[in-house]
Design a protein around this ligand. Sequence first.
Ligand code: LRH
Ligand code: MN
Length: 387
Amino acid sequence: MFSTQAIEWLDQQAIEVPSWAYGNSGTRFKVFAQAGVPRDPFEKLADAAQVHALTGLAPSFALHIPWDEVDDFARLVDHAESLGLRIGTINSNTFQDDIYKLGSLAHADADVRQAAIDHHLRCIEVMHATGSTDLKIWLADGTNYPGQDDMRARQDRLAESLATIYERLADDQRLVLEYKFFEPAFYHTDVPDWGTSYIHCVELGERAVVCLDTGHHAPGTNIEFIVTQLLRLGRLGAFDFNSRFYADDDLMVGAADPFQLFRIMHEVNRGGGFEAGSDVVFMLDQCHNIEAKIPGQIRSVLNVQEMTARALLIDQDALADAQGRGDVLGANEVFMDAFYTDVRTALADRREARGLPRDPIAAYAASGYQAEIERARVGGTQAGWGA
Ligand code: LRH
Ligand code: MN
Protein backbone atom coordinates (compact mmCIF):
# COMPACT_ATOMS: atom_id res chain seq x y z
CA MET A 1 0.00 0.00 0.00
CA PHE A 2 2.70 2.51 0.95
CA SER A 3 5.78 3.50 -1.04
CA THR A 4 9.19 2.87 0.51
CA GLN A 5 9.49 6.63 1.02
CA ALA A 6 6.14 6.79 2.76
CA ILE A 7 7.01 3.90 5.09
CA GLU A 8 10.28 5.63 5.99
CA TRP A 9 8.49 8.89 6.79
CA LEU A 10 5.74 7.16 8.74
CA ASP A 11 8.30 5.18 10.76
CA GLN A 12 10.18 8.40 11.56
CA GLN A 13 7.07 10.47 12.28
CA ALA A 14 7.53 12.35 15.54
CA ILE A 15 4.70 14.21 17.24
CA GLU A 16 5.59 16.29 20.29
CA VAL A 17 3.15 16.00 23.19
CA PRO A 18 2.32 18.89 25.56
CA SER A 19 2.86 18.54 29.31
CA TRP A 20 -0.41 20.37 29.99
CA ALA A 21 -2.52 17.74 28.23
CA TYR A 22 -1.78 15.36 31.14
CA GLY A 23 -2.99 17.79 33.82
CA ASN A 24 -6.52 18.82 34.68
CA SER A 25 -8.13 21.28 32.27
CA GLY A 26 -11.57 22.58 31.46
CA THR A 27 -13.47 25.72 30.69
CA ARG A 28 -14.48 28.80 32.63
CA PHE A 29 -17.50 26.83 33.71
CA LYS A 30 -15.74 23.87 35.24
CA VAL A 31 -12.48 21.94 35.48
CA PHE A 32 -13.34 18.27 36.09
CA ALA A 33 -10.48 16.67 38.00
CA GLN A 34 -9.56 13.12 37.06
CA ALA A 35 -8.13 10.34 39.22
CA GLY A 36 -4.48 9.59 38.68
CA VAL A 37 -3.61 12.98 37.20
CA PRO A 38 0.10 13.83 37.61
CA ARG A 39 1.24 16.18 40.36
CA ASP A 40 4.53 17.28 38.73
CA PRO A 41 6.47 17.23 35.43
CA PHE A 42 8.14 13.95 36.39
CA GLU A 43 4.77 12.18 36.56
CA LYS A 44 3.60 13.97 33.39
CA LEU A 45 6.68 12.57 31.61
CA ALA A 46 5.90 9.07 32.87
CA ASP A 47 2.42 9.33 31.33
CA ALA A 48 3.77 10.70 28.05
CA ALA A 49 6.20 7.79 27.93
CA GLN A 50 3.22 5.45 27.75
CA VAL A 51 2.08 7.20 24.57
CA HIS A 52 5.48 6.79 22.91
CA ALA A 53 5.98 3.22 24.13
CA LEU A 54 2.66 2.11 22.62
CA THR A 55 2.74 4.11 19.36
CA GLY A 56 6.41 4.88 18.61
CA LEU A 57 5.14 8.32 17.55
CA ALA A 58 5.77 10.69 20.48
CA PRO A 59 9.49 10.90 21.41
CA SER A 60 9.46 14.49 22.67
CA PHE A 61 7.66 16.41 25.39
CA ALA A 62 6.93 20.15 25.43
CA LEU A 63 7.18 22.13 28.67
CA HIS A 64 5.23 25.19 29.72
CA ILE A 65 6.91 27.67 32.06
CA PRO A 66 6.15 28.22 34.92
CA TRP A 67 3.71 25.27 34.99
CA ASP A 68 6.67 22.88 34.57
CA GLU A 69 9.31 24.76 36.59
CA VAL A 70 11.45 22.35 38.67
CA ASP A 71 14.42 22.88 41.00
CA ASP A 72 16.66 20.58 38.97
CA PHE A 73 16.14 20.50 35.19
CA ALA A 74 19.12 18.17 34.75
CA ARG A 75 17.23 15.60 36.84
CA LEU A 76 14.13 16.13 34.69
CA VAL A 77 16.21 15.59 31.53
CA ASP A 78 17.69 12.40 33.00
CA HIS A 79 14.19 11.23 33.93
CA ALA A 80 12.94 11.92 30.39
CA GLU A 81 15.88 10.08 28.84
CA SER A 82 15.36 7.11 31.19
CA LEU A 83 11.82 6.96 29.76
CA GLY A 84 13.02 7.16 26.14
CA LEU A 85 11.90 10.77 25.74
CA ARG A 86 13.56 14.13 25.21
CA ILE A 87 12.46 17.60 26.29
CA GLY A 88 11.24 19.61 23.30
CA THR A 89 9.68 23.03 22.94
CA ILE A 90 9.71 25.48 25.84
CA ASN A 91 6.46 27.46 25.98
CA SER A 92 6.40 30.84 27.71
CA ASN A 93 3.46 32.15 29.71
CA THR A 94 2.64 35.83 30.05
CA PHE A 95 -1.11 35.28 30.25
CA GLN A 96 -1.76 34.48 33.92
CA ASP A 97 0.01 37.08 36.06
CA ASP A 98 -2.03 40.08 37.27
CA ILE A 99 0.47 42.56 35.83
CA TYR A 100 -0.36 41.30 32.32
CA LYS A 101 -4.04 42.35 32.39
CA LEU A 102 -3.49 44.92 29.65
CA GLY A 103 -0.76 43.02 27.86
CA SER A 104 2.79 41.82 28.28
CA LEU A 105 5.38 42.37 25.52
CA ALA A 106 3.05 45.00 23.97
CA HIS A 107 2.04 46.63 27.27
CA ALA A 108 2.23 50.43 27.48
CA ASP A 109 4.21 50.26 30.74
CA ALA A 110 7.92 49.64 30.19
CA ASP A 111 8.24 47.88 33.56
CA VAL A 112 5.56 45.36 32.60
CA ARG A 113 7.27 44.77 29.24
CA GLN A 114 10.57 44.24 31.05
CA ALA A 115 8.95 41.71 33.39
CA ALA A 116 7.63 39.83 30.38
CA ILE A 117 11.03 39.98 28.68
CA ASP A 118 12.68 38.69 31.87
CA HIS A 119 10.24 35.76 31.87
CA HIS A 120 11.36 34.86 28.36
CA LEU A 121 15.00 35.14 29.39
CA ARG A 122 14.18 32.66 32.16
CA CYS A 123 12.66 30.38 29.48
CA ILE A 124 15.92 30.63 27.50
CA GLU A 125 17.83 29.57 30.64
CA VAL A 126 15.51 26.55 30.83
CA MET A 127 16.26 25.81 27.17
CA HIS A 128 19.96 25.70 27.95
CA ALA A 129 19.26 23.37 30.90
CA THR A 130 17.07 21.01 28.86
CA GLY A 131 18.86 21.21 25.52
CA SER A 132 15.71 22.59 23.90
CA THR A 133 16.07 24.64 20.73
CA ASP A 134 12.56 26.13 20.38
CA LEU A 135 11.14 29.00 22.45
CA LYS A 136 7.45 29.16 21.62
CA ILE A 137 5.69 32.43 22.35
CA TRP A 138 1.91 32.78 22.36
CA LEU A 139 0.67 36.14 23.65
CA ALA A 140 -2.80 36.84 25.04
CA ASP A 141 -1.98 40.51 24.37
CA GLY A 142 -4.81 42.58 22.90
CA THR A 143 -7.75 44.78 23.82
CA ASN A 144 -11.46 44.34 24.49
CA TYR A 145 -12.83 47.66 23.29
CA PRO A 146 -12.11 50.00 20.35
CA GLY A 147 -9.96 52.91 21.52
CA GLN A 148 -8.74 51.02 24.59
CA ASP A 149 -5.15 51.27 23.32
CA ASP A 150 -3.13 52.39 20.26
CA MET A 151 -2.83 49.29 18.09
CA ARG A 152 0.09 50.75 16.08
CA ALA A 153 2.06 51.70 19.19
CA ARG A 154 1.44 48.20 20.56
CA GLN A 155 2.96 46.68 17.39
CA ASP A 156 6.04 48.88 17.77
CA ARG A 157 6.42 47.93 21.43
CA LEU A 158 5.87 44.25 20.61
CA ALA A 159 8.53 44.33 17.88
CA GLU A 160 11.03 45.93 20.25
CA SER A 161 10.32 43.40 23.02
CA LEU A 162 10.60 40.44 20.65
CA ALA A 163 13.92 41.77 19.31
CA THR A 164 15.27 42.00 22.86
CA ILE A 165 14.37 38.34 23.41
CA TYR A 166 15.55 37.14 19.97
CA GLU A 167 19.03 38.58 20.38
CA ARG A 168 19.49 36.52 23.56
CA LEU A 169 18.87 33.21 21.75
CA ALA A 170 21.83 30.93 21.03
CA ASP A 171 22.72 30.21 17.40
CA ASP A 172 20.95 26.86 17.47
CA GLN A 173 17.80 28.24 19.09
CA ARG A 174 14.62 29.47 17.38
CA LEU A 175 11.84 31.86 18.37
CA VAL A 176 8.48 30.33 17.38
CA LEU A 177 5.73 32.96 17.31
CA GLU A 178 2.17 31.62 17.61
CA TYR A 179 -0.84 33.62 16.41
CA LYS A 180 -4.51 33.48 17.45
CA PHE A 181 -7.38 35.59 16.10
CA PHE A 182 -9.14 36.15 19.46
CA GLU A 183 -9.47 35.08 23.15
CA PRO A 184 -8.83 36.11 25.77
CA ALA A 185 -8.89 39.48 23.98
CA PHE A 186 -12.23 40.15 22.36
CA TYR A 187 -11.63 43.28 20.20
CA HIS A 188 -8.08 42.99 18.80
CA THR A 189 -5.20 40.60 19.40
CA ASP A 190 -1.64 41.81 18.80
CA VAL A 191 -0.59 38.63 16.95
CA PRO A 192 -3.95 37.63 15.37
CA ASP A 193 -2.96 35.94 12.15
CA TRP A 194 -0.19 34.25 10.20
CA GLY A 195 0.63 37.45 8.34
CA THR A 196 1.34 39.42 11.50
CA SER A 197 3.42 36.61 12.96
CA TYR A 198 5.31 36.29 9.65
CA ILE A 199 6.03 40.02 9.49
CA HIS A 200 7.46 40.02 13.01
CA CYS A 201 9.51 36.90 12.23
CA VAL A 202 11.04 38.41 9.08
CA GLU A 203 11.83 41.57 11.06
CA LEU A 204 13.55 39.49 13.78
CA GLY A 205 15.71 37.22 11.66
CA GLU A 206 16.24 33.78 10.14
CA ARG A 207 15.63 31.88 13.38
CA ALA A 208 12.19 33.34 13.94
CA VAL A 209 9.40 31.15 12.60
CA VAL A 210 5.61 30.89 12.77
CA CYS A 211 3.56 28.45 14.87
CA LEU A 212 0.24 27.45 13.33
CA ASP A 213 -2.28 26.31 15.93
CA THR A 214 -5.16 24.65 14.06
CA GLY A 215 -7.66 26.08 16.56
CA HIS A 216 -6.64 29.71 16.13
CA HIS A 217 -8.37 30.74 12.90
CA ALA A 218 -11.66 32.36 12.07
CA PRO A 219 -14.32 29.85 10.98
CA GLY A 220 -14.06 29.19 7.25
CA THR A 221 -10.32 29.86 7.06
CA ASN A 222 -8.48 27.64 4.54
CA ILE A 223 -5.77 26.58 6.98
CA GLU A 224 -3.96 24.33 4.51
CA PHE A 225 -3.41 27.35 2.24
CA ILE A 226 -1.57 29.04 5.13
CA VAL A 227 0.52 25.87 5.48
CA THR A 228 1.32 26.05 1.75
CA GLN A 229 2.39 29.68 1.96
CA LEU A 230 4.46 29.41 5.17
CA LEU A 231 6.32 26.35 3.83
CA ARG A 232 6.89 28.19 0.55
CA LEU A 233 8.31 31.12 2.54
CA GLY A 234 10.42 28.77 4.71
CA ARG A 235 8.83 30.11 7.90
CA LEU A 236 6.59 27.32 9.10
CA GLY A 237 8.24 26.39 12.39
CA ALA A 238 5.63 24.37 14.20
CA PHE A 239 2.10 23.10 14.36
CA ASP A 240 -0.06 23.08 17.49
CA PHE A 241 -2.46 20.35 16.48
CA ASN A 242 -5.97 20.05 17.88
CA SER A 243 -9.46 20.31 16.43
CA ARG A 244 -12.57 22.35 17.02
CA PHE A 245 -16.20 22.75 16.02
CA TYR A 246 -16.51 26.39 17.09
CA ALA A 247 -13.62 28.33 18.71
CA ASP A 248 -10.32 27.31 20.33
CA ASP A 249 -11.91 24.10 21.61
CA ASP A 250 -8.57 22.23 21.86
CA LEU A 251 -10.24 18.91 21.09
CA MET A 252 -8.31 15.89 19.82
CA VAL A 253 -6.69 16.55 16.46
CA GLY A 254 -8.63 14.98 13.63
CA ALA A 255 -11.69 14.45 15.83
CA ALA A 256 -13.76 17.37 14.54
CA ASP A 257 -12.48 17.48 10.95
CA PRO A 258 -10.26 14.58 9.80
CA PHE A 259 -10.57 15.74 6.18
CA GLN A 260 -9.02 19.11 7.13
CA LEU A 261 -6.13 17.30 8.80
CA PHE A 262 -5.71 15.21 5.63
CA ARG A 263 -5.64 18.37 3.48
CA ILE A 264 -3.08 19.95 5.83
CA MET A 265 -0.84 16.87 5.69
CA HIS A 266 -1.05 16.88 1.90
CA GLU A 267 0.27 20.46 1.84
CA VAL A 268 2.98 19.51 4.35
CA ASN A 269 4.06 16.72 1.99
CA ARG A 270 3.80 19.04 -1.06
CA GLY A 271 5.94 21.64 0.72
CA GLY A 272 8.66 19.20 1.77
CA GLY A 273 7.66 19.17 5.42
CA PHE A 274 8.35 15.44 5.81
CA GLU A 275 11.70 15.45 4.04
CA ALA A 276 14.97 14.89 5.87
CA GLY A 277 16.23 18.23 7.14
CA SER A 278 12.75 19.72 7.45
CA ASP A 279 12.62 21.60 10.76
CA VAL A 280 8.84 21.70 11.11
CA VAL A 281 7.82 20.59 14.62
CA PHE A 282 4.53 18.70 14.83
CA MET A 283 3.12 19.24 18.32
CA LEU A 284 -0.21 18.53 19.95
CA ASP A 285 -1.82 21.38 21.91
CA GLN A 286 -4.92 19.89 23.43
CA CYS A 287 -6.96 19.63 26.62
CA HIS A 288 -8.70 16.39 27.55
CA ASN A 289 -11.39 18.03 29.68
CA ILE A 290 -13.75 15.03 30.00
CA GLU A 291 -11.99 12.08 28.33
CA ALA A 292 -9.16 9.99 29.77
CA LYS A 293 -5.93 11.87 29.08
CA ILE A 294 -3.37 9.19 28.18
CA PRO A 295 -5.74 7.29 25.83
CA GLY A 296 -6.73 10.70 24.42
CA GLN A 297 -3.11 11.42 23.59
CA ILE A 298 -2.67 7.97 22.08
CA ARG A 299 -5.76 8.49 19.90
CA SER A 300 -4.47 11.91 18.85
CA VAL A 301 -1.03 10.83 17.65
CA LEU A 302 -2.66 7.91 15.82
CA ASN A 303 -5.06 10.37 14.13
CA VAL A 304 -2.13 12.46 12.90
CA GLN A 305 -0.33 9.40 11.56
CA GLU A 306 -3.49 8.06 9.92
CA MET A 307 -4.17 11.27 8.00
CA THR A 308 -0.48 11.55 7.13
CA ALA A 309 -0.55 8.01 5.74
CA ARG A 310 -3.64 8.77 3.64
CA ALA A 311 -2.04 11.97 2.32
CA LEU A 312 1.09 10.02 1.37
CA LEU A 313 -1.15 7.67 -0.63
CA ILE A 314 -2.15 10.43 -3.06
CA ASP A 315 -0.98 9.49 -6.55
CA GLN A 316 1.07 12.63 -7.11
CA ASP A 317 1.77 11.92 -10.78
CA ALA A 318 -1.90 11.33 -11.59
CA LEU A 319 -2.81 14.42 -9.60
CA ALA A 320 -0.27 16.63 -11.38
CA ASP A 321 -1.38 15.23 -14.73
CA ALA A 322 -5.06 15.96 -14.07
CA GLN A 323 -4.21 19.41 -12.68
CA GLY A 324 -2.10 20.15 -15.74
CA ARG A 325 -4.97 19.16 -18.06
CA GLY A 326 -7.46 21.25 -16.07
CA ASP A 327 -9.37 18.08 -15.30
CA VAL A 328 -11.22 19.42 -12.27
CA LEU A 329 -13.18 16.30 -11.41
CA GLY A 330 -10.28 14.00 -12.27
CA ALA A 331 -7.90 15.84 -9.96
CA ASN A 332 -10.42 15.92 -7.14
CA GLU A 333 -11.10 12.19 -7.58
CA VAL A 334 -7.40 11.35 -7.27
CA PHE A 335 -7.28 13.44 -4.09
CA MET A 336 -10.44 11.95 -2.58
CA ASP A 337 -9.47 8.40 -3.50
CA ALA A 338 -6.57 8.62 -1.07
CA PHE A 339 -8.73 10.17 1.63
CA TYR A 340 -11.27 7.39 1.32
CA THR A 341 -8.60 4.67 1.52
CA ASP A 342 -8.69 2.94 4.91
CA VAL A 343 -5.10 2.66 6.14
CA ARG A 344 -5.78 1.44 9.67
CA THR A 345 -4.96 -2.23 9.04
CA ALA A 346 -1.78 -1.36 7.13
CA LEU A 347 -0.65 0.90 9.99
CA ALA A 348 -1.43 -1.82 12.54
CA ASP A 349 0.63 -4.26 10.44
CA ARG A 350 3.48 -1.71 10.43
CA ARG A 351 3.31 -1.28 14.19
CA GLU A 352 3.43 -5.06 14.62
CA ALA A 353 6.44 -5.22 12.30
CA ARG A 354 8.10 -2.61 14.53
CA GLY A 355 7.33 -4.56 17.71
CA LEU A 356 4.54 -2.19 18.73
CA PRO A 357 0.97 -3.21 19.64
CA ARG A 358 -1.47 -3.40 16.71
CA ASP A 359 -4.04 -1.58 18.88
CA PRO A 360 -2.29 0.88 21.24
CA ILE A 361 -5.53 1.95 22.90
CA ALA A 362 -6.41 -1.65 23.80
CA ALA A 363 -2.82 -2.28 24.85
CA TYR A 364 -2.94 0.70 27.21
CA ALA A 365 -6.21 -0.52 28.74
CA ALA A 366 -4.71 -3.97 29.25
CA SER A 367 -1.44 -2.60 30.71
CA GLY A 368 -2.93 -1.76 34.12
CA TYR A 369 -1.01 1.53 34.06
CA GLN A 370 -4.17 3.63 34.59
CA ALA A 371 -5.24 1.66 37.64
CA GLU A 372 -1.70 1.89 39.01
CA ILE A 373 -1.46 5.68 38.76
CA GLU A 374 -4.95 6.10 40.22
CA ARG A 375 -3.85 3.92 43.16
CA ALA A 376 -0.45 5.57 43.62
CA ARG A 377 -1.17 9.25 43.00
CA VAL A 378 -3.11 10.09 46.12
CA GLY A 379 -2.48 13.35 47.94
CA GLY A 380 -0.47 16.29 46.75
CA THR A 381 -1.82 18.79 44.22
CA GLN A 382 -2.92 17.58 40.83
CA ALA A 383 -1.38 19.47 37.91
CA GLY A 384 -3.60 21.90 36.02
CA TRP A 385 -3.45 25.44 34.68
CA GLY A 386 -6.44 26.81 36.48
CA ALA A 387 -8.64 26.90 33.39
C1 LRH B 1 -3.16 29.43 23.46
C2 LRH B 1 -2.37 28.15 23.28
C3 LRH B 1 -0.88 28.31 23.37
C4 LRH B 1 -0.50 27.72 24.70
C5 LRH B 1 -1.75 27.47 25.36
C6 LRH B 1 -1.70 26.29 26.26
O1 LRH B 1 -4.50 29.23 23.17
O2 LRH B 1 -2.76 27.55 22.09
O3 LRH B 1 -0.22 27.50 22.46
O4 LRH B 1 0.47 28.35 25.36
O5 LRH B 1 -2.71 27.31 24.36
MN1 MN C 1 -1.36 26.54 20.85
